[in-house]
Design a protein around this ligand. Structure first.
Ligand SMILES: *[C@@H]1O[C@H](CO)[C@@H](O)[C@H](O)[C@H]1NC(C)=O
Ligand SMILES: *[C@@H]1O[C@H](CO)[C@@H](O)[C@H](O)[C@H]1NC(C)=O
Ligand SMILES: *[C@@H]1O[C@H](CO)[C@@H](O)[C@H](O)[C@H]1NC(C)=O
Ligand SMILES: CC(=O)N[C@H]1CO[C@H](CO)[C@@H](O)[C@@H]1O
Length: 395
């Protein structure tokens, strides 16, 4: 009976809900040095100044810490989402169905390693663990869910593992988990293509966020010991610097009163989302660009990390460097080997990554935990022997 249910479940997704899946057996809350839960909400395609001028975004930013030098990594959307959990974007310069092979790890592996529960809530994803490309808003038939904004499902290590896939859910599950006080400790929230501003405007997204987040800020099931990061995937103007409006929110025990309404002007980018979570829970690293990314000041106060500064006038991050998923034939490069020997700020690489990639260490492109990550203008330098002739069949 169970088997037949599992077999037919894709055809009765709405009726079956989450029941086709085994649940993780998570131990109790794993305490972090700054927060016990991290929730990030991603909005879309808006220039810094425009977002900073929106009254609803201002309403929230005033209650927290504004990160005034937080940068996206490239254009368009997809590579930014991938980067935020993977530590690289592998040359993606498009929004196609790029799936990172199972030998590419992500923050999911780092969290699982420590038994820290995680989940994604993707608005209008038709059912838990859906791997299709898109799904319309059922009532309006407007664009709703899109896979390119779902970072976990773009990793085969999640998409091909039913237990992990079960942690990628929609907003109905979000409200159910919230009500049952079962929200995981690491959460990535993607509003649909209307609410995130993609098909609409920052004004629309700001109004939506007000309606969604304002009540949650008063809900202990959401806010207890939680750090919230609201950010944008990318700036809108490709020729300009790719700085995005971002802010942190939390109750008084997470963001002390004296920091409310302040700015943190250090240089951050989407990799800081990974490094700050690593620094909070003392996690291992991925051995990619997560290693050297600045940790949010709020966390740094407790983790002992040091901030490094950068000449921000030189940071554009507005174009993808070569990689295995680059759509230009001339910009192909192999899947980069992580720096399995990386040691930075007391953090070392996840054991399973070392085991898998260790023998190829000499081919790694990641060296010395750079804060300034490669760009199209200064692409990653591959050791000569690793850059084989382009072979289209390899991806
Ligand atoms: C990683 O996985 C891909 C896809 O299975 C495979 O083509 C590639 O050879 C693997 N890389 C290494 C270094 O094993
Ligand atoms: C699937 O993910 C779970 C949770 O991380 C892990 O325990 C399990 O080993 C994975 N299964 C496979 C086949 O990799
Ligand atoms: C990125 O910014 C640089 C510097 O302004 C500019 O030369 C380049 O054309 C931009 N790239 C794109 C794709 O707009
Ligand atoms: C750093 C920054 O805000 N980058 C650009 C984002 O877009 C606006 C509007 O075009 C530019 O003025 C910014 O320079």
């Amino acid at each position: 009976m169970l088997t037949s249910l599992l077999l037919i479940s894709p055809f009765f997704p709405l009726a079956l809900g989450d029941y086709g899946y085994d649940k993780y057996d998570y131990s109790p809350i794993v305490k972090g040095n700054t927060f016990n839960r991290f929730i990030t909400i991603w909005l879309e395609n808006t220039d810094y100044s425009k977002a900073a001028g929106d009254p609803n975004l201002q309403f929230f930013a005033k209650q927290g810490i504004t990160l005034t030098n937080y940068f996206a990594l490239t254009h368009p959307s997809e590579p930014n989402y991938v980067a935020a959990i993977s530590g690289d974007y592998y040359g993606i310069d498009n929004d196609e169905d790029n799936v990172l092979p199972a030998n590419v790890s992500s923050i999911v592996d780092l969290l699982d390693d420590r038994g820290i529960s995680w989940g994604e809530y993707q608005e209008y994803m038709p059912y838990t663990g859906f791997t299709g490309m898109s799904f319309k808003e059922p009532k309006t038939h407007k664009n709703g869910y899109v896979k390119k904004h779902n970072p976990a499902i773009m990793h085969a290590s999640v998409a091909n593992n039913a237990t992990r896939r079960a942690n990628t859910k929609n907003f109905e599950s979000f409200y159910a988990d919230l009500k049952n006080n079962q929200l995981p400790q690491w959460i990535f929230i993607t509003p649909d293509q209307q609410h995130n501003g993609h098909d609409t405007s920052v004004t629309y997204a700001g109004k939506w966020l007000r309606g969604f987040l304002e009540p949650l800020l008063k809900d202990p099931n959401f806010m207890t010991d939680t750090l919230v990061l609201v950010t944008f995937d990318e700036n809108e103007t490709y020729t300009a610097q790719n700085r995005v409006f971002s802010f942190l929110l939390g109750n008084e025990n997470i963001i002390p009163k004296k920091l409310v309404g302040t700015k943190d002007e250090a240089y951050y980018n989407h990799y800081s989302e990974i490094s700050s979570v690593q620094a909070n829970w003392g996690l291992k690293t991925l051995g990619r660009y997560d290693v050297g990314a600045n940790v949010f000041d709020l966390v740094r106060q407790n983790s002992g990390d040091k901030v490094r500064s950068l000449d921000i006038t030189k940071v554009f991050n507005n174009e993808s460097y070569p990689g295995i998923f680059n759509s230009e034939d001339s910009s192909w490069a192999p899947l980069p080997v992580p720096d399995t020997e990386a040691k930075f700020a007391g953090r070392t690489v996840l054991e399973s990554i070392k085991r898998y990639w260790g023998k190829q260490q000499s081919k790694s492109v990641y060296k010395g935990a750079p804060l300034m990550v490669p760009t199209a203008q200064n692409p990653p330098v591959y050791p000569r022997h690793s850059r084989n002739r382009k072979n289209k069949n390899s991806h």
